[in-house]
Structure formats: structure tokens, C-alpha cells
Design a protein around this ligand. Structure first.
Ligand SMILES: [Zn+2]
Length: 810
């Protein structure tokens, strides 16, 4: 039997209904009932769409008002004790207020009379595997009281069933939940996995409740199986699911569930192969079926065939859920025939997406008026992928029934679509085009080693100790946004738009003089987003108009599409940097100062540009990244030539690019380092290269960090409690470059006090030579308001000055 399904569908809704409903609710512009209504509407439309497209098992449980891991934490009562005084009533509004307080922080009402007390910080966020989606981090402690506090999934299932749908509930499994959870500091790895057993009864109850309500199957997502797991974790996984099986059985015996129909349990792994986890995972007999990612996990195929899976169900993830290219149905059909034509007839097959379609924009139709036709016809977003799955399923079932090898129906797809675009529109191969060369022709290595450059740079810049700077972006105010919209819709000219940007730069420079920062930036006002900007400016890349993909909560980003050889047509940031230099000089002249003021240019690094885009898939991603690296190298050389001698190349996504499987990581480390060094090595020794990283646990990439050979590293470390810095201590890891570990958390609107900043800097100087420590916020200021920015920076700079006096160096 052949049927079709998807692993999950985007939550965005048409015209970003999800984002706008959330934000309106937070601004109290709509009621909680209206918010719920908006959510329901999105779900209903998704179900209807999937069903009309011919998908047999439509999905419930893939929607979330904020994040699916947060949903589970709330459902399982995994609530950190600091929220104990936040009201948790039964009413709809209380329910949502509590839920959002976990995601966004709250004010305590400990005194019982609703007078706002201290602020309670939200759950941390972390990257969901190797994607740019962020999930929340549940916090588990010995005080956690695991219990099922809601049955939202069951209600949703019943809702879909009542609408007449054949619905498949999906839920993230207990092991993946534990994997993302945070534990008290003294929890050993072993006891961390012991908590799995506390979750199992809750899963059993939920599963039986679904069974009782008529669900025929449930998909349990355990993408931790795509990572390299220690044997004790794998053992814990095995034990937990066996426990689940036993528990379900014994509960059925005392009347839970449905006496006539046993719900089928499907295990889903995606983003990579099961590999060395295959045997354990597929031998757990409570699973009736298994999902395989047959785009990014094809190395499992021999094992699948060997195992045979008689009388089980195989869900074959044949359609790429991570990239935007139209599926070559003929190729996928042939792939199926080649590999799976010989499956035992007792195996039920589900044709599926490789992973959830959450990482894709909703529909390519919204781009029709904006993209070049040749590119447009190559693309397929979430909705189009659903249709492809349905078509592929029909093709395969026709073949299976007729056993005809010529069953591929050409009508399903314009077979000419193939990758013509890449050939037709390929601009000159960047390797054959003459390149801008700089003072250093070596492709990977700077002229002198770090120590040699340090001496030169110290003399050249003559900065005080504890130099102060920012990470690049300043608040994106509504006036810039409206001017940008006006320019994009043709209401104002490019020159008029640029004038507005220049006005903002002037203000930004004046503000930095007033604050007395040591190293200036120009505010990144011309960029909506640090990757989209380069997508707009580099050749071989294109940005979409409506291609929104959820990053977290109500935040959606528009990843650019890399469709051909990437190269730099024209300088991208030089004009505004020249303007910035002039502005600074004119201020200096006006006050008759002969002091030098340095400005740091900000670029996005090659790994991050590619990681946060949809890359072409006909050449390896390492090649695409190297092309981008050459383009950034030219920009770096040009910036130096116009007199910008500090250049920050941001790589916040470098950690997330690390392959899930340990065995693939070394190769990645090598090309990621090579790409960054290609971008940053074409210059003189006096030019100082900075990089910035954030949102990650950096411990695993220390080798990369050291390999980048930067002069200064600014790194988000406030939220991670400096755990990582421990490992960069001189002597331990011999990290010797300048370091700006973040004086305060820029993501919080609270103004950091001088005391808290001093405390942090003191911590840092325990680890690092005070001469290497830079003082800066831990990330860009784009999301702050101007009113929040100024007092925060004032406190930060006051601290630097105070410390210099204390150290006797002014
Ligand atoms: Zn950052």
C-alpha cells in the first residue's frame, strides 16, 4: 500500500497571519479569543490545503503559537521555579499569558496583590539542530513536577477529525525533549537521561487519549537520532521506549485507550541519517513505522533494505523539506524504483517530505510578480512541495500496481525545467574573472602571525585599555523602515532613500561622539537583515519578496536564494563607509580635534551568508561558500583601500553549520575556516579583523574559533553564563586574540546597571589578560529602541572609564 503524508507544515499562515496575530495580541490590539481564532484559521487552512492536494494523512500538532518545545514544556509542567508566582489560571487569557511569559519573560506578582515585582527572565533559546529555527530550552530540576497539564494535541486531533480529516498527530519525542533541556549545574549526564523515564508516563497517557479519540497513528519526532549519540544515551532511548510500550500495554489492560484499535506509533528522524543509531532505533518493536530522510540521510538505504521491515510501514522522505528547488519528479521516481522497487509487498509505504516543511516559505506563487521567470519556475516552497509529494505518490502507486517500468508520466512535470537556469544565467565563472587583488595575495594566511600583527596594530591604533565599541547595528527606527518601503515601492528614488540613510549615519556618529565610544560603527541602517543585504547585492543570489521562514516566535526571516556562481559585481558597503569616514572627519574638524577616531566596517561572513540562504544544490555547499568568501574578500580589500582599518566579519551561524554527525565535522571545520580566512586575509597587517558570534554554545567550535585567526573576537556570552569562556582561558586553550565577551545582554530591554557590567568585566579579566578585553554589548542594537540604547551604552562606557582609572591607565 502506498500513501502520502508530510512531516509538518509551516505555521506562518497566509500573509504572515501568525506573526501579525501574535504581535497584535502582545500589543493588546486583539483579544486572546481573536488570537486563538487566528491560530485556528491557519490550522484549518493548512489541513484543507494538504487534504485537497491529495495528502492522505494530514498533520495536526505541527502548529504552535510560539514554539513546539515550549508547548511540550507547558503541557508536561516543566516550569522553572522562578515562574512559581506568575499567575497560572484556567481561563484562556491566563493560559496564554503564562505561556508567553515563559517565552518572553514576566514580572513577578509575588506579593499576591498583582503589584509588579522583579522581572523574571524567559527560557533560553537555542538552535533547533542545524537549522536557523530556534526552540526554547526547558529547564528541569529535581523540583520539576512532571504531569500532563493540557491535552491540546488531543483536542486538535478531535477538531480535525470532526472536520472529516484523516489526521496524523505529531509530537516531539521524549529523548529530543530531554536533549534540548537544561539541567541544574550539578546534574550528571546519566541522571539527565534518567529524567526520560519521568516523561514516559505522560507520553503514554497522551497516546492512549489519542487512541481513545480515534487516532490511527502518531508520529513521534526524534531527530536526535540524526546526531552522534553516546552509547548510554542510546541505551536510555531504548529503555525509555520499551518502558513506553509496556506502560501503554498495561494501561490498555485497565481500560485506557480504545479496546478495538491500537494506535500505530511512528518514529521520525530527519535532517540526517540514523547511521549508527539505526539498529537500536529500528529494533524497538513498539514502532509500527519509521521515517527516513532520503535527501540528507541516504546512507541509511542499505540498512533499510537489509532490514526489510516486513509488515511495517516505511515513510520515505523523498521530497526535500530544507531547500527551495523544485523536485525533479522523474529523478525521485527513478530513485524510488532503483532502491525500493524490491520491498516486500507487506511493507506499507508512505511518500513523504524529508523533514518538516517548517523551514520553507509558504508558497512560491507570491513571488510570481517579482522574480525572473527562469528562476521562478525552478522554485518550489512548502505548498508546492506538498503537491509534488502527492504527484510522486500517484506515480509510484501507478507503477506499483501496473509494475510497468515506463510508468513515469511526463505530464506531471515539465521535464525541461531541469537546472537550465544555473547554466543560462551563470555569470562568468568567478574563477575565470580577474579578481581584485590586495596587498596580500596569499589566499588563506595573513602576512604576519597574530603576535606580529598585534604589535603593529597596537602602535597604529593606540587605543586605551578596555576599548569600547558596539557590534554594528543601531536601532532600526520606523522612519527608516517606512523610507525603505517607499523606495521599494517606487514612491521615492534611490537617492532620496540614501539621503535618509546618510542622515541617520550622521546622527549615529554624533551620538557616538557624545557617548565617547572608542571605536565607531555606522549603524547598518541600509540593511534590513545582515544576510538579506548581501543577498540583494551579490551576483548569483536573489532575495524573495514574501519568502518568510520562522526563526522563532513571531520572528520571520527571508533567506535569499543562491542560484548561480556567486561573485561581487560592485562594492557593497564602501560608499556608505566613505561617507561615514567623511562625517567623522568633519566632526573632528569642527571641534578642532587632531585625535584619530576609528570606525569598524561590518560585513557578514561567508559561512553565515550561505547558511542563512537557500543554496544551489548542484555543487557542494563548501564550494558555494568559497565563492561567497572570494566576494567578501574583495569587499574587505576595497574597504581597507578607502581607509577603513577595522573590519568585522560576522559569523553568528558558524556553529549551526557544524554537521550533526561527528564524523562529518572535521571536513566542515576545515572549509569553514578556509572560507573565513579567504575573506579576511587579503590585507595589510595594520588592518584589524574582528569577528562576532552569538546564539550558540561555542565550546564545540573552539578549534574553528582559533582557526579563524582574527585579531578581535566579540562573542555573546552573557546568557550562557560565561561557561564557554572557561575554555578559552589562556593556557587552557591558548586563546590570545582580543576578546569582547559582551558587557550586557542586548536582547533585553532592561538598562544594564554599572554594577552588573563591572561584575561581568571583572569575571572576564579573571580569564583574560585585561589588555585583551574589549567592552561591547553582546550583539547588535538593531532590536533596541533609541531610548534604550543610549543609557545602556552610557553605563557601559562609564564602566570602561572607571576601570581604566582604577588600573591607573587613562
Ligand atoms: Zn550577534
Amino acid at each position: 500500500m502506498i500513501s502520502s503524508s508530510i512531516v509538518g507544515f509551516p505555521r506562518v499562515g497566509s500573509d504572515r497571519a501568525h506573526k501579525f496575530a501574535l504581535e497584535k495580541y502582545w500589543r493588546k490590539k486583539i483579544t486572546v479569543e481573536e488570537l486563538v481564532e487566528a491560530g485556528k484559521k491557519i490550522k484549518l487552512r493548512n489541513w484543507e490545503f494538504e487534504s485537497k492536494a491529495g495528502i492522505e494523512q494530514i498533520v495536526v500538532g505541527d502548529f504552535s503559537y510560539y514554539d513546539h518545545i515550549l508547548d511540550l514544556a507547558v503541557a508536561f509542567n516543566v516550569i522553572p521555579s522562578r515562574f512559581k508566582d506568575v499567575k497560572r489560571g484556567d481561563g484562556l487569557e491566563d493560559k496564554f499569558e503564562f505561556y508567553f511569559s515563559l517565552a518572553r519573560g514576566a514580572k513577578s506578582t509575588a506579593n499576591g496583590n498583582n503589584i509588579e515585582g522583579d522581572s523574571i527572565h524567559p527560557l533560553e533559546m537555542t538552535k533547533w539542530f542545524d537549522t536557523n529555527y530556534h526552540c526554547l530550552v526547558p529547564e528541569i530540576s529535581k523540583h520539576t513536577e512532571f504531569k500532563l497539564t493540557n491535552k491540546d494535541l488531543v483536542e486538535e486531533y478531535v477538531h480535525a477529525k470532526n472536520q472529516g480529516y484523516n489526521a496524523k498527530p505529531v509530537i516531539v519525542g521524549p529523548a529530543t525533549f530531554i536533549y534540548f533541556s537544561k539541567f541544574e549545574d550539578n546534574t550528571s549526564t546519566e541522571s539527565k537521561w534518567d529524567y526520560l523515564n519521568k516523561l514516559i508516563p505522560l507520553y503514554a497517557d497522551l497516546i492512549l487519549e489519542l487512541e481513545k479519540n480515534g487516532a490511527k497513528m502518531i508520529q513521534i519526532d526524534e531527530p536526535i537520532l540524526a546526531t552522534t549519540l553516546d552509547s548510554e544515551v542510546l541505551d536510555a532511548f531504548d529503555r525509555a521506549y520499551k518502558l513506553l510500550g509496556g506502560l501503554i500495554e498495561s494501561k490498555r489492560n485497565i481500560g485506557y485507550g480504545d479496546p478495538y484499535y491500537k494506535i500505530k506509533l511512528f518514529l521520525a528522524n530527519y535532517y540526517s541519517s540514523y547511521d549508527e543509531n539505526f539498529d537500536v532505533a529500528t529494533s524497538i518493536d513498539i514502532f509500527d513505522g519509521f521515517h527516513f530522510d532520503l535527501v540528507n540521510g541516504i546512507s541509511d538505504i542499505p540498512k533499510i533494505l537489509e532490514k526489510g521491515f516486513k509488515n511495517k510501514t516505511l515513510s520515505l522522505g523523498l521530497v526535500d523539506g530544507r531547500n527551495v528547488w523544485k523536485t525533479d519528479l522523474k529523478e525521485r521516481f527513478n530513485f524510488f524504483i532503483k532502491n525500493f522497487a524490491g520491498l516486500d509487498p507487506s511493507v506499507s509505504v508512505i511518500i513523504n517530505s524529508s523533514c518538516s516543511l517548517l523551514h520553507l516559505p509558504l508558497t512560491v506563487k507570491k513571488e510570481k510578480d517579482y522574480l525572473e521567470t527562469d528562476l521562478y519556475r525552478l522554485l518550489s516552497f512548502a505548498s508546492e512541495k506538498v503537491i509534488e509529494i502527492s504527484q510522486l505518490t500517484t506515480m509510484i502507486s501507478v507503477y506499483r500496481e501496473s509494475r510497468s517500468l515506463v510508468a513515469f508520466d511526463e505530464n506531471f512535470q515539465d521535464s525541461k525545467f531541469k537546472k537550465v537556469f544555473i547554466c543560462k544565467h551563470s555569470r562568468p565563472n568567478p574563477d575565470t574573472k580577474p579578481r581584485k587583488t590586495g596587498p596580500n595575495e596569499d589566499k588563506f594566511t595573513r602576512i604576519s602571525s597574530f603576535q606580529g600583527r598585534k604589535k603593529i596594530q597596537n602602535e597604529y591604533f593606540n587605543l586605551p585599555i578596555y576599548p569600547t565599541t558596539t557590534i554594528g547595528s543601531f536601532p532600526q527606527t520606523t522612519d527608516i523602515r517606512s523610507k525603505r518601503r517607499a523606495y521599494k515601492s517606487g514612491e521615492i528614488t534611490y537617492e532620496q532613500y540614501l539621503d535618509e540613510i546618510k542622515r541617520k549615519i550622521i546622527d549615529c556618529i554624533h551620538l557616538q561622539f557624545e557617548l565617547d565610544l572608542d571605536v565607531f560603527v555606522n549603524g547598518e541602517y541600509e540593511r534590513t537583515d545582515m544576510v538579506e543585504f548581501f543577498g540583494e547585492n551579490l551576483e548569483g543570489m536573489e532575495v524573495t519578496t514574501n519568502g518568510w521562514v520562522q526563526s522563532y516566535g513571531s520572528r520571520y526571516v527571508k533567506p535569499p536564494i543562491i542560484f548561480a556562481h556567486v561573485y561581487r559585481g560592485n562594492p557593497m558597503t564602501c560608499e556608505l563607509m566613505e561617507f561615514t569616514l567623511k562625517t567623522i572627519q568633519s566632526v573632528l574638524d569642527s571641534i578642532g580635534s587632531t585625535k584619530k577616531k576609528y570606525v569598524k566596517a561590518i560585513l557578514t561572513g561567508p559561512v553565515t551568508i550561505v547558511k542563512w540562504s537557500f543554496p544551489r544544490n548542484d555543487i557542494p555547499i563548501s564550494e558555494v561558500t568559497k565563492q561567497v568568501a572570494m566576494a567578501i574578500r574583495e569587499e574587505v580589500i576595497d574597504l581597507e583601500a578607502i581607509g577603513v582599518h577595522m573590519i568585522q566579519v560576522d559569523e553568528p551561524a558558524i556553529r549551526e553549520g557544524l554537521p550533526l554527525k561527528k564524523k562529518d565535522q572535521d571536513e566542515y571545520k576545515q572549509w569553514a575556516i578556509e572560507s573565513f580566512r579567504t575573506a579576511t586575509s587579503g590585507i595589510n597587517d595594520f588592518t584589524q579583523i574582528h569577528t562576532h558570534m552569538c546564539y550558540s554554545d561555542f565550546y564545540e567550535i573552539i578549534e574553528i574559533i582559533k582557526g579563524l585567526d582574527v585579531d578581535v573576537l566579540t562573542i555573546e556570552s552573557v546568557k550562557s553564563n560565561m561557561k564557554f569562556l572557561n575554555n578559552l582561558v589562556p593556557g587552557k586553550e591558548n586563546y590570545e586574540a582580543g576578546i569582547g565577551p559582551g558587557a550586557y545582554d542586548v536582547h533585553s530591554p532592561a538598562i544594564p546597571s554599572k554594577e552588573e557590567i563591572i561584575e561581568r568585566i571583572k569575571q572576564y579579566t579573571k580569564y583574560f589578560d585585561k589588555k585583551s578585553v574589549w567592552i561591547n554589548p553582546d550583539c547588535g542594537n538593531k532590536t533596541r529602541t533609541e531610548a534604550e540604547l543610549k543609557p545602556a551604552l552610557q553605563n557601559m562606557i562609564a564602566v570602561a572609564k572607571q576601570l581604566r582609572i582604577q588600573e591607573g591607565e587613562n
